[in-house]
Design a protein around this ligand. Structure first.
Ligand code: NAP
Length: 443
Protein backbone atom coordinates (compact mmCIF):
# COMPACT_ATOMS: atom_id res chain seq x y z
CA UNK A 1 0.00 0.00 0.00
CA UNK A 2 1.48 3.41 -0.94
CA UNK A 3 2.32 5.94 1.77
CA UNK A 4 -0.42 8.58 1.65
CA UNK A 5 0.61 12.19 2.13
CA UNK A 6 -1.61 15.27 2.33
CA UNK A 7 -0.01 18.65 1.71
CA UNK A 8 -2.10 21.54 2.99
CA UNK A 9 -1.50 24.61 0.84
CA UNK A 10 -0.81 24.86 -2.90
CA UNK A 11 1.73 27.68 -2.74
CA UNK A 12 5.44 27.38 -3.56
CA UNK A 13 6.38 25.40 -0.44
CA UNK A 14 3.53 22.94 -1.00
CA UNK A 15 4.38 22.40 -4.64
CA UNK A 16 8.12 22.01 -4.05
CA UNK A 17 7.31 19.44 -1.35
CA UNK A 18 5.01 17.59 -3.76
CA UNK A 19 7.66 17.66 -6.50
CA UNK A 20 10.30 16.13 -4.23
CA UNK A 21 7.88 13.49 -2.89
CA UNK A 22 6.71 12.59 -6.40
CA UNK A 23 10.35 11.71 -7.20
CA UNK A 24 10.96 9.78 -3.98
CA UNK A 25 12.01 6.13 -4.16
CA UNK A 26 9.23 5.14 -1.76
CA UNK A 27 5.85 4.40 -3.33
CA UNK A 28 3.59 7.24 -2.27
CA UNK A 29 0.46 9.12 -3.18
CA UNK A 30 0.38 12.87 -2.59
CA UNK A 31 -2.74 15.02 -2.38
CA UNK A 32 -2.47 18.81 -2.34
CA UNK A 33 -5.33 20.44 -0.46
CA UNK A 34 -5.97 24.13 -1.09
CA UNK A 35 -8.48 26.51 0.44
CA UNK A 36 -9.17 28.35 -2.84
CA UNK A 37 -10.08 26.76 -6.16
CA UNK A 38 -6.98 28.45 -7.67
CA UNK A 39 -3.56 27.00 -6.80
CA UNK A 40 -0.17 28.75 -6.42
CA UNK A 41 -0.77 30.86 -3.29
CA UNK A 42 1.92 33.50 -3.05
CA UNK A 43 2.75 33.25 -6.74
CA UNK A 44 -0.78 34.21 -7.76
CA UNK A 45 -1.64 36.50 -4.84
CA UNK A 46 1.69 37.82 -3.53
CA UNK A 47 4.11 38.29 -6.42
CA UNK A 48 3.68 41.78 -7.87
CA UNK A 49 1.41 41.95 -10.93
CA UNK A 50 4.18 43.63 -12.95
CA UNK A 51 6.55 40.71 -12.25
CA UNK A 52 4.96 38.21 -14.58
CA UNK A 53 8.29 36.48 -15.25
CA UNK A 54 8.50 35.43 -11.58
CA UNK A 55 5.19 33.62 -12.01
CA UNK A 56 6.58 31.36 -14.76
CA UNK A 57 7.58 28.90 -12.02
CA UNK A 58 3.95 27.77 -12.09
CA UNK A 59 4.78 25.85 -15.27
CA UNK A 60 6.91 23.45 -13.28
CA UNK A 61 4.23 23.30 -10.55
CA UNK A 62 1.76 22.37 -13.26
CA UNK A 63 3.99 19.48 -14.31
CA UNK A 64 4.07 18.33 -10.69
CA UNK A 65 0.27 18.50 -10.49
CA UNK A 66 0.14 16.30 -13.59
CA UNK A 67 2.35 13.60 -12.03
CA UNK A 68 0.58 10.27 -11.59
CA UNK A 69 1.26 10.28 -7.84
CA UNK A 70 -0.16 13.76 -7.28
CA UNK A 71 -3.80 14.80 -6.72
CA UNK A 72 -5.32 18.26 -6.19
CA UNK A 73 -8.29 19.20 -4.03
CA UNK A 74 -8.99 22.91 -4.39
CA UNK A 75 -11.75 24.76 -2.51
CA UNK A 76 -11.18 22.57 0.55
CA UNK A 77 -10.44 24.43 3.74
CA UNK A 78 -8.99 23.05 6.94
CA UNK A 79 -11.23 24.20 9.78
CA UNK A 80 -14.23 24.69 7.48
CA UNK A 81 -14.53 21.40 5.59
CA UNK A 82 -12.49 19.16 7.87
CA UNK A 83 -10.15 19.37 10.84
CA UNK A 84 -6.45 18.74 10.96
CA UNK A 85 -7.15 15.77 13.23
CA UNK A 86 -9.50 14.27 10.65
CA UNK A 87 -6.94 14.77 7.91
CA UNK A 88 -4.29 13.06 10.03
CA UNK A 89 -6.68 10.16 10.43
CA UNK A 90 -6.92 9.80 6.64
CA UNK A 91 -3.27 10.20 5.62
CA UNK A 92 -0.01 8.63 6.81
CA UNK A 93 1.64 12.05 6.73
CA UNK A 94 0.26 15.58 6.73
CA UNK A 95 2.45 18.49 5.62
CA UNK A 96 1.36 21.99 6.58
CA UNK A 97 2.41 24.40 3.82
CA UNK A 98 0.07 27.27 4.53
CA UNK A 99 2.65 30.06 4.37
CA UNK A 100 2.48 33.31 6.31
CA UNK A 101 -0.64 35.11 5.07
CA UNK A 102 -1.13 37.53 7.98
CA UNK A 103 0.48 40.91 8.62
CA UNK A 104 2.82 41.37 11.53
CA UNK A 105 0.99 44.01 13.58
CA UNK A 106 2.43 47.54 13.49
CA UNK A 107 1.45 47.98 17.14
CA UNK A 108 1.80 51.76 17.47
CA UNK A 109 -0.92 54.15 18.65
CA UNK A 110 -3.35 55.01 15.87
CA UNK A 111 -2.53 51.99 13.72
CA UNK A 112 -6.22 51.02 13.80
CA UNK A 113 -7.26 54.22 11.98
CA UNK A 114 -8.95 54.04 8.60
CA UNK A 115 -6.34 54.33 5.88
CA UNK A 116 -3.74 52.09 7.60
CA UNK A 117 -3.25 48.71 5.95
CA UNK A 118 -0.88 45.84 6.33
CA UNK A 119 0.98 44.84 3.18
CA UNK A 120 -0.65 41.38 3.13
CA UNK A 121 -4.07 43.02 2.82
CA UNK A 122 -2.95 45.75 0.42
CA UNK A 123 -1.01 43.39 -1.85
CA UNK A 124 -3.93 40.94 -1.68
CA UNK A 125 -6.25 43.74 -2.80
CA UNK A 126 -4.28 44.69 -5.91
CA UNK A 127 -3.63 41.03 -6.67
CA UNK A 128 -7.32 40.07 -6.65
CA UNK A 129 -7.30 37.84 -3.57
CA UNK A 130 -10.95 37.06 -2.72
CA UNK A 131 -10.36 37.93 0.97
CA UNK A 132 -9.26 41.48 0.11
CA UNK A 133 -11.23 42.48 -2.97
CA UNK A 134 -13.48 44.71 -0.82
CA UNK A 135 -10.64 46.42 1.06
CA UNK A 136 -11.38 49.68 -0.77
CA UNK A 137 -8.13 51.34 0.38
CA UNK A 138 -8.07 55.11 0.94
CA UNK A 139 -6.28 56.30 -2.17
CA UNK A 140 -7.66 59.83 -2.12
CA UNK A 141 -4.67 61.77 -0.71
CA UNK A 142 -1.46 62.93 -2.38
CA UNK A 143 0.80 61.52 0.35
CA UNK A 144 1.54 57.87 1.20
CA UNK A 145 3.77 56.38 3.90
CA UNK A 146 5.16 52.88 3.43
CA UNK A 147 6.83 51.40 6.49
CA UNK A 148 9.61 48.86 6.07
CA UNK A 149 12.63 48.42 3.85
CA UNK A 150 12.00 44.98 2.40
CA UNK A 151 11.11 43.80 -1.10
CA UNK A 152 7.39 43.87 -0.37
CA UNK A 153 7.61 47.58 0.53
CA UNK A 154 9.28 48.19 -2.85
CA UNK A 155 6.54 46.19 -4.62
CA UNK A 156 3.87 48.36 -2.98
CA UNK A 157 5.73 51.58 -3.79
CA UNK A 158 6.23 50.56 -7.41
CA UNK A 159 2.59 49.65 -7.97
CA UNK A 160 1.52 52.99 -6.46
CA UNK A 161 4.11 54.86 -8.52
CA UNK A 162 3.51 53.31 -11.94
CA UNK A 163 1.35 54.90 -14.61
CA UNK A 164 -1.75 53.16 -16.01
CA UNK A 165 0.28 52.49 -19.19
CA UNK A 166 3.05 50.80 -17.19
CA UNK A 167 0.44 48.62 -15.50
CA UNK A 168 -1.59 47.87 -18.60
CA UNK A 169 0.24 44.64 -19.44
CA UNK A 170 -0.31 43.14 -15.98
CA UNK A 171 -3.07 41.03 -14.41
CA UNK A 172 -4.10 43.85 -12.07
CA UNK A 173 -7.87 43.48 -11.52
CA UNK A 174 -10.02 46.17 -13.15
CA UNK A 175 -11.19 47.54 -9.79
CA UNK A 176 -7.59 48.09 -8.65
CA UNK A 177 -6.44 49.52 -11.99
CA UNK A 178 -9.33 51.99 -11.92
CA UNK A 179 -8.74 53.00 -8.26
CA UNK A 180 -5.02 53.51 -8.91
CA UNK A 181 -5.74 55.50 -12.07
CA UNK A 182 -7.96 57.89 -10.13
CA UNK A 183 -5.62 58.19 -7.11
CA UNK A 184 -4.03 61.64 -6.70
CA UNK A 185 -0.84 60.16 -5.20
CA UNK A 186 2.29 62.19 -5.91
CA UNK A 187 4.43 61.69 -2.80
CA UNK A 188 5.51 58.26 -1.61
CA UNK A 189 7.62 58.01 1.55
CA UNK A 190 9.47 54.80 2.18
CA UNK A 191 10.59 54.58 5.81
CA UNK A 192 13.35 52.34 7.16
CA UNK A 193 13.93 52.24 10.91
CA UNK A 194 17.59 51.47 10.27
CA UNK A 195 20.04 52.69 7.62
CA UNK A 196 20.43 52.10 3.90
CA UNK A 197 22.94 49.27 4.32
CA UNK A 198 20.57 47.36 6.62
CA UNK A 199 17.72 47.51 4.09
CA UNK A 200 16.59 44.06 2.97
CA UNK A 201 15.92 44.84 -0.69
CA UNK A 202 17.21 42.75 -3.53
CA UNK A 203 19.28 45.06 -5.72
CA UNK A 204 17.32 44.27 -8.87
CA UNK A 205 14.13 45.43 -7.11
CA UNK A 206 15.77 48.61 -5.89
CA UNK A 207 17.12 49.46 -9.34
CA UNK A 208 13.63 49.21 -10.80
CA UNK A 209 12.71 52.29 -8.77
CA UNK A 210 15.07 54.27 -11.00
CA UNK A 211 13.26 53.26 -14.19
CA UNK A 212 9.74 54.48 -13.55
CA UNK A 213 8.03 56.56 -16.22
CA UNK A 214 6.51 59.22 -13.98
CA UNK A 215 8.24 58.90 -10.61
CA UNK A 216 11.62 60.14 -9.43
CA UNK A 217 13.45 58.35 -6.58
CA UNK A 218 14.81 60.87 -4.07
CA UNK A 219 17.58 60.06 -1.58
CA UNK A 220 19.29 62.40 0.87
CA UNK A 221 23.02 61.83 0.22
CA UNK A 222 23.74 62.77 3.86
CA UNK A 223 22.03 59.49 4.89
CA UNK A 224 24.37 57.36 2.78
CA UNK A 225 27.53 56.10 4.51
CA UNK A 226 30.93 56.52 2.85
CA UNK A 227 31.77 52.87 3.26
CA UNK A 228 30.45 49.56 4.49
CA UNK A 229 31.36 48.09 7.86
CA UNK A 230 33.87 45.22 8.13
CA UNK A 231 33.03 41.72 9.21
CA UNK A 232 30.30 40.95 6.69
CA UNK A 233 30.00 37.80 4.62
CA UNK A 234 31.11 38.21 1.02
CA UNK A 235 27.47 37.90 -0.09
CA UNK A 236 26.15 40.57 2.30
CA UNK A 237 29.01 42.92 1.47
CA UNK A 238 28.32 42.63 -2.27
CA UNK A 239 24.58 43.24 -1.77
CA UNK A 240 25.15 46.24 0.47
CA UNK A 241 27.70 47.74 -1.94
CA UNK A 242 25.30 47.32 -4.85
CA UNK A 243 22.38 48.86 -2.96
CA UNK A 244 24.52 51.76 -1.81
CA UNK A 245 25.74 52.40 -5.36
CA UNK A 246 22.12 52.35 -6.60
CA UNK A 247 21.04 54.80 -3.88
CA UNK A 248 24.00 57.07 -4.70
CA UNK A 249 22.82 56.98 -8.31
CA UNK A 250 19.32 58.02 -7.17
CA UNK A 251 20.77 60.84 -5.07
CA UNK A 252 22.50 62.20 -8.16
CA UNK A 253 19.44 62.12 -10.43
CA UNK A 254 18.19 65.38 -11.92
CA UNK A 255 14.45 65.98 -11.59
CA UNK A 256 12.73 65.69 -14.93
CA UNK A 257 9.08 65.94 -15.79
CA UNK A 258 8.01 63.22 -13.36
CA UNK A 259 4.86 64.07 -11.42
CA UNK A 260 5.58 61.67 -8.57
CA UNK A 261 8.41 61.35 -6.07
CA UNK A 262 9.39 58.37 -3.94
CA UNK A 263 11.44 59.55 -0.93
CA UNK A 264 13.78 56.98 0.60
CA UNK A 265 13.93 57.95 4.23
CA UNK A 266 16.22 56.08 6.61
CA UNK A 267 16.76 56.12 10.39
CA UNK A 268 13.04 56.78 10.86
CA UNK A 269 11.02 54.68 13.30
CA UNK A 270 7.21 55.08 13.26
CA UNK A 271 5.81 56.25 16.60
CA UNK A 272 2.16 57.13 16.03
CA UNK A 273 -0.48 57.39 13.31
CA UNK A 274 -2.12 60.79 13.64
CA UNK A 275 -5.57 61.97 12.63
CA UNK A 276 -9.20 61.77 13.66
CA UNK A 277 -11.06 58.70 12.47
CA UNK A 278 -8.66 58.34 9.58
CA UNK A 279 -4.96 58.80 9.06
CA UNK A 280 -3.76 62.34 8.39
CA UNK A 281 -0.07 62.02 9.23
CA UNK A 282 2.60 59.71 10.58
CA UNK A 283 4.86 60.71 13.48
CA UNK A 284 8.33 59.18 13.41
CA UNK A 285 11.45 59.29 15.52
CA UNK A 286 14.96 59.68 14.19
CA UNK A 287 17.17 56.74 15.05
CA UNK A 288 20.80 55.79 14.94
CA UNK A 289 22.03 52.24 14.50
CA UNK A 290 23.91 50.80 17.46
CA UNK A 291 25.17 47.22 17.35
CA UNK A 292 22.81 46.61 14.45
CA UNK A 293 19.72 47.91 16.28
CA UNK A 294 17.65 51.05 15.70
CA UNK A 295 17.92 53.27 18.78
CA UNK A 296 15.64 56.32 19.12
CA UNK A 297 17.33 59.73 19.38
CA UNK A 298 14.30 61.53 20.84
CA UNK A 299 14.03 63.76 17.76
CA UNK A 300 10.60 63.38 16.13
CA UNK A 301 9.01 64.61 12.92
CA UNK A 302 5.68 64.28 11.13
CA UNK A 303 4.83 63.47 7.55
CA UNK A 304 1.34 64.18 6.18
CA UNK A 305 -0.27 61.19 4.48
CA UNK A 306 -3.72 59.76 3.82
CA UNK A 307 -2.56 56.16 3.39
CA UNK A 308 -0.13 54.10 5.46
CA UNK A 309 0.99 50.67 4.29
CA UNK A 310 2.83 48.74 6.93
CA UNK A 311 5.19 46.32 5.21
CA UNK A 312 7.09 44.95 8.17
CA UNK A 313 6.81 41.22 7.56
CA UNK A 314 4.24 38.46 7.76
CA UNK A 315 3.01 35.80 10.19
CA UNK A 316 1.61 32.32 9.74
CA UNK A 317 -2.01 31.68 10.67
CA UNK A 318 -2.51 29.44 13.71
CA UNK A 319 -4.36 26.20 12.89
CA UNK A 320 -6.29 24.28 15.52
CA UNK A 321 -4.26 21.33 16.64
CA UNK A 322 -0.88 22.81 15.63
CA UNK A 323 1.55 24.13 18.26
CA UNK A 324 2.19 27.78 17.45
CA UNK A 325 4.94 30.19 18.44
CA UNK A 326 3.16 33.55 18.82
CA UNK A 327 6.44 35.48 19.01
CA UNK A 328 7.89 34.04 15.83
CA UNK A 329 4.51 33.86 14.07
CA UNK A 330 5.31 30.30 12.94
CA UNK A 331 4.49 26.68 13.76
CA UNK A 332 6.64 25.14 16.50
CA UNK A 333 8.73 22.41 14.89
CA UNK A 334 12.02 20.57 15.03
CA UNK A 335 13.55 20.96 11.58
CA UNK A 336 10.10 20.57 9.99
CA UNK A 337 8.83 17.79 12.28
CA UNK A 338 5.85 18.77 14.46
CA UNK A 339 4.58 15.42 15.74
CA UNK A 340 4.42 11.83 14.48
CA UNK A 341 3.26 12.02 10.84
CA UNK A 342 2.89 15.81 11.00
CA UNK A 343 5.30 18.16 9.23
CA UNK A 344 5.56 21.82 8.33
CA UNK A 345 7.41 23.53 5.48
CA UNK A 346 8.02 26.98 4.02
CA UNK A 347 7.08 30.24 5.72
CA UNK A 348 4.74 28.44 8.16
CA UNK A 349 7.88 26.64 9.39
CA UNK A 350 10.64 29.25 9.28
CA UNK A 351 8.81 32.57 9.13
CA UNK A 352 8.60 34.86 6.09
CA UNK A 353 12.23 34.61 5.04
CA UNK A 354 13.67 33.80 1.66
CA UNK A 355 12.54 33.84 -1.94
CA UNK A 356 10.34 31.38 -3.83
CA UNK A 357 13.17 29.06 -4.84
CA UNK A 358 14.37 28.78 -1.21
CA UNK A 359 11.53 26.29 -0.82
CA UNK A 360 13.01 23.85 -3.32
CA UNK A 361 15.80 22.44 -1.12
CA UNK A 362 13.35 22.46 1.81
CA UNK A 363 11.07 20.20 -0.23
CA UNK A 364 13.91 17.74 -0.84
CA UNK A 365 14.78 17.66 2.88
CA UNK A 366 11.15 17.11 3.82
CA UNK A 367 10.72 14.28 1.31
CA UNK A 368 13.79 12.59 2.78
CA UNK A 369 12.40 12.95 6.30
CA UNK A 370 8.96 11.59 5.45
CA UNK A 371 10.22 8.66 3.45
CA UNK A 372 12.74 7.91 6.23
CA UNK A 373 10.11 8.14 8.98
CA UNK A 374 7.33 6.18 7.29
CA UNK A 375 8.21 3.07 5.34
CA UNK A 376 4.75 1.69 4.78
CA UNK A 377 1.33 3.08 3.95
CA UNK A 378 -1.46 2.37 6.42
CA UNK A 379 -4.07 5.05 5.82
CA UNK A 380 -6.45 5.31 2.86
CA UNK A 381 -5.80 8.90 1.64
CA UNK A 382 -7.72 10.40 -1.33
CA UNK A 383 -10.70 8.02 -1.70
CA UNK A 384 -11.54 8.40 2.02
CA UNK A 385 -11.08 12.18 1.79
CA UNK A 386 -13.53 12.30 -1.10
CA UNK A 387 -16.08 10.26 0.85
CA UNK A 388 -15.76 12.58 3.84
CA UNK A 389 -16.09 15.73 1.73
CA UNK A 390 -19.00 14.35 -0.28
CA UNK A 391 -20.75 13.40 2.96
CA UNK A 392 -20.47 17.03 4.08
CA UNK A 393 -21.67 18.44 0.77
CA UNK A 394 -18.29 20.11 0.21
CA UNK A 395 -17.46 20.86 -3.42
CA UNK A 396 -13.83 20.27 -4.33
CA UNK A 397 -12.07 21.36 -7.48
CA UNK A 398 -9.61 19.07 -9.27
CA UNK A 399 -6.60 20.23 -11.27
CA UNK A 400 -8.44 19.78 -14.58
CA UNK A 401 -11.15 22.06 -13.16
CA UNK A 402 -8.51 24.65 -12.31
CA UNK A 403 -7.23 24.45 -15.91
CA UNK A 404 -10.77 25.23 -17.07
CA UNK A 405 -10.87 28.27 -14.76
CA UNK A 406 -7.42 29.35 -15.93
CA UNK A 407 -8.43 29.05 -19.59
CA UNK A 408 -11.40 31.35 -18.91
CA UNK A 409 -9.07 33.89 -17.28
CA UNK A 410 -6.67 33.79 -20.22
CA UNK A 411 -9.52 34.08 -22.74
CA UNK A 412 -10.85 37.17 -20.92
CA UNK A 413 -7.45 38.93 -20.78
CA UNK A 414 -7.28 42.37 -22.35
CA UNK A 415 -4.70 42.68 -25.18
CA UNK A 416 -1.15 42.44 -23.83
CA UNK A 417 -2.19 41.19 -20.38
CA UNK A 418 -1.59 37.56 -19.32
CA UNK A 419 -5.01 36.97 -17.78
CA UNK A 420 -7.97 38.65 -16.20
CA UNK A 421 -8.27 36.97 -12.82
CA UNK A 422 -11.59 35.67 -11.62
CA UNK A 423 -11.75 37.09 -8.14
CA UNK A 424 -14.58 35.46 -6.20
CA UNK A 425 -14.72 31.74 -5.44
CA UNK A 426 -18.29 31.80 -6.77
CA UNK A 427 -17.07 33.33 -10.05
CA UNK A 428 -14.55 30.51 -10.43
CA UNK A 429 -17.10 27.83 -9.64
CA UNK A 430 -19.57 29.43 -12.08
CA UNK A 431 -17.05 28.88 -14.88
CA UNK A 432 -17.04 25.17 -14.04
CA UNK A 433 -20.84 25.08 -13.94
CA UNK A 434 -21.00 26.78 -17.35
CA UNK A 435 -18.43 24.36 -18.79
CA UNK A 436 -20.40 21.38 -17.45
CA UNK A 437 -23.61 22.65 -19.08
CA UNK A 438 -27.13 22.29 -17.65
CA UNK A 439 -27.83 19.18 -15.56
CA UNK A 440 -29.00 16.44 -17.87
CA UNK A 441 -28.31 18.66 -20.92
CA UNK A 442 -26.30 17.69 -23.99
CA UNK A 443 -23.47 20.25 -23.34
P1 NAP B 1 11.49 41.73 5.10
O1 NAP B 1 12.42 41.53 3.99
O2 NAP B 1 11.73 40.99 6.36
O3 NAP B 1 11.46 43.30 5.45
C1 NAP B 1 10.73 43.81 6.52
C2 NAP B 1 11.13 45.25 6.79
O4 NAP B 1 10.29 45.74 7.82
C3 NAP B 1 12.57 45.41 7.27
O5 NAP B 1 13.11 46.58 6.70
C4 NAP B 1 12.40 45.60 8.80
O6 NAP B 1 13.39 46.38 9.39
C5 NAP B 1 11.10 46.37 8.83
N1 NAP B 1 10.42 46.27 10.11
C6 NAP B 1 10.09 45.15 10.81
N2 NAP B 1 9.44 45.49 11.94
C7 NAP B 1 9.35 46.83 11.95
C8 NAP B 1 8.78 47.78 12.83
N3 NAP B 1 8.16 47.37 13.94
N4 NAP B 1 8.84 49.09 12.52
C9 NAP B 1 9.47 49.49 11.40
N5 NAP B 1 10.03 48.65 10.51
C10 NAP B 1 9.97 47.33 10.79
O7 NAP B 1 9.97 41.38 4.72
P2 NAP B 1 9.12 41.55 3.36
O8 NAP B 1 9.50 42.75 2.61
O9 NAP B 1 7.73 41.38 3.82
O10 NAP B 1 9.52 40.28 2.51
C11 NAP B 1 9.27 38.95 2.96
C12 NAP B 1 10.11 37.98 2.17
O11 NAP B 1 9.65 37.92 0.82
C13 NAP B 1 11.58 38.39 2.10
O12 NAP B 1 12.38 37.26 2.18
C14 NAP B 1 11.68 39.02 0.73
O13 NAP B 1 12.97 39.01 0.18
C15 NAP B 1 10.71 38.16 -0.06
N6 NAP B 1 10.26 38.88 -1.28
C16 NAP B 1 11.03 38.80 -2.37
C17 NAP B 1 10.68 39.48 -3.52
C18 NAP B 1 11.59 39.40 -4.72
O14 NAP B 1 12.59 38.71 -4.67
N7 NAP B 1 11.28 40.05 -5.80
C19 NAP B 1 9.53 40.26 -3.56
C20 NAP B 1 8.74 40.32 -2.41
C21 NAP B 1 9.12 39.61 -1.27
P3 NAP B 1 14.61 45.69 10.20
O15 NAP B 1 15.53 45.17 9.16
O16 NAP B 1 15.16 46.81 11.00
O17 NAP B 1 14.00 44.59 11.05
Amino acid sequence: MPVTIAIVGAGPSGFYAAEALARAAVDCRIDIIERLPAPYGLIRYGVAPDHEKTKKVTRSFERTAGHERVGYYGNVELGRDLTLEELRGLYDAVVVATGAPLDRPLGIPGSDKAGVYGAAAFVGWYNGHPDFRDLDPRLDSPGVAIIGNGNVALDVARILAKTPEELSSTDLPDYAAEALRRAPIVELNLFGRRGPVQAKWANVELREMGHLADCLPVVDPAQLPESIADGLSERDRRLQEKNLATLRGFAGLEAGKQRKRVYFSFYAKPLEVLGGGRVEALRLERTRVEAGRAVGTGETFEVPCGLVVSSIGYRAEPIEGLPFDEGAGAVINRDGRVAGGLYVIGWAKRGPIGVISSNKPDGVTLARQITGDIDQGRKPGGPALERLLAGRGARWVGFADWKTIEAAEVAAAPPGAPRRKLIGVDDMLAVLDAAAGPPGGAG
